[in-house]
Structures are given as C-alpha cells and as structure tokens.
Design a protein. Structure first.
Length: 249
C-alpha cells in the first residue's frame, strides 16, 4: 500500500471523465456493495488492430464483460500500474484544460460505475472518483518515438503503444506520468450533486443547472464531457477532505 502523504493545496487539480459510459451499452464498470469497484477502460477505436494493446480477456475478469468484447483491443488509459494518462490537449477542446497542468499538480479520474451484486449488474449507476495522479512528468506534443528513458517511464501508456506500432498515431498526444503518490482508490468516491456544486462551476463560471427533465447522472455526465480545472485553495481542500471520507491517502 502506498505511504500516506499530504496533498499540496496550492497545486491545481483537473478532473477528467474516463472509462466506459452509457454509450458502450453492456460494457460497464462494476461497483460492489462494499464500495470497491473494477475500472473497465474503453475499447480502442483509433488503432483497433494494434498488437501492442491488450485484449479485454487479458486484463478483465470475463464475468464482468459481454462475450463480444473478449477479443477486442482495449484503450487502457489511464493505467494504474505505472500511472500514465494520455490525451490531446492541443487539438481536442474537451481536454484543453490539461495544457495548464505542470509537475506537482493533480489529475483526478471520474468514472461511471454500475452497481453489481449477486452475480449481475443492477439498474443503478453513478459517477465516482476512482483515483488520482500526482504529476511527476509530462511528455508534450509527441510526434515520434520518445527517448529510452521516457519509454521506461511511460511505455505502458496506450498512446505510446499505438505510436510504437504506427508512428503517425502519436499525433501530438500528451502523456502524463504520475508519481509514487498516485493511486487507484480502493473505494469509489461518490461524485454527488452536493459535491459538484461545491467544487465545479460551468465553463462560464456560473452555477450548475439541474433541469427537472434530466437526472443528476445525466447532468454531471454532460458537464464532464470536458476536463474541469480547479485552482481555488478552499475548493481543493474540500475535494481532498471528501476523498478522505472514503479512502486513506
């Protein structure tokens, strides 16, 4: 288990939505009655033939995924073995906030989890924080094979693996490497309406709107189509305190 550490409240946080969502149908990330969970990454769509990317059957217990996905390649990103995450902050507006992160800042991961009990998924889902990286290094605008040193640090990342197979697939991606303080949480941290209103405003700085014809899940999913940046010290403190209600860090 990682050693306890004290987060730096002066460092920025970005929260980004990752993993399977409603658009992936029966491919879902399970959360169990005790609050533990399994993170299921999305299928690889850019380079689905890339042999360097794992198959679902190689990294996921088959009882949690539909059979048709067994032989599909996985975009295993973020990955929580060496703690790397890749994206396209320069070209994808949804991830543009990642451009403002630097060493020591934090990247939090938000995922849609579906309740699972007694061998089956239930009709109940929600958004949860599943882990974070304390940024140790950033590889920016990757267009060619990284150095051997950087490959040792970031070679597990899906964006790097795609580029090693087909160099054009680097495509200016960025890869964030987490420090030893980074982790996948043991217990999922509910991202509730109450928490959302305390720590996140919309892109124009306004408060959240919760239309009566939409569920809280739908509203949160809509707001998090884009990565959200948090910079105010008091807000950052509130988020860390919320995480500590569910996990020792």
């Amino acid at each position: 288990m990682p050693k306890k550490f004290t987060p730096n409240l002066n460092k920025k946080i970005c929260i980004i939505n990752v993993g399977t969502n409603a658009s992936h149908g029966l491919l879902r990330s399970p959360i169990f009655p005790d609050g533990t969970f399994i993170f299921i990454p999305i299928p690889e769509t850019r380079e689905p033939e890339c042999p360097f990317l794992p198959l679902y059957r190689e990294i996921v217990d088959l009882k949690y995924i539909p059979q048709k996905f067994y032989e599909c390649r996985v975009h295993n990103d973020p990955e929580f073995i060496s703690f790397t995450y890749g994206d396209f902050p320069e070209t994808h507006p949804r991830s543009a906030n990642l451009k403002y992160l630097s060493k020591g800042d934090y990247l939090f991961f938000l995922a849609r989890l579906v309740s699972y009990d007694k061998g089956k998924f239930l009709d109940k889902s929600g958004f949860y924080l599943i882990g974070f990286f304390e940024i140790e290094k950033i590889l920016r605008n990757i267009t060619r094979k990284p150095s051997e040193k950087d490959l040792r640090l970031c070679g597990r990342n899906a964006h790097i693996k795609r580029g090693l197979w087909k160099p054009a697939a680097y495509a200016g991606s960025w890869v964030f490497k987490g420090s030893k303080n980074s982790r996948l949480f043991k217990y999922a941290v509910p991202f509730t309406r109450e928490l959302a209103e305390k720590i996140i405003s919309d892109s124009k700085g306004a408060n959240w709107e919760w239309p009566k014809n939409r569920t809280d899940l739908q509203v949160i999913g809509s707001y998090f189509r884009s990565c959200r940046r948090i910079e105010k010290r008091e807000t950052i403190r509130l988020l860390w305190e919320w995480v500590r209600k569910y996990n020792e860090i």
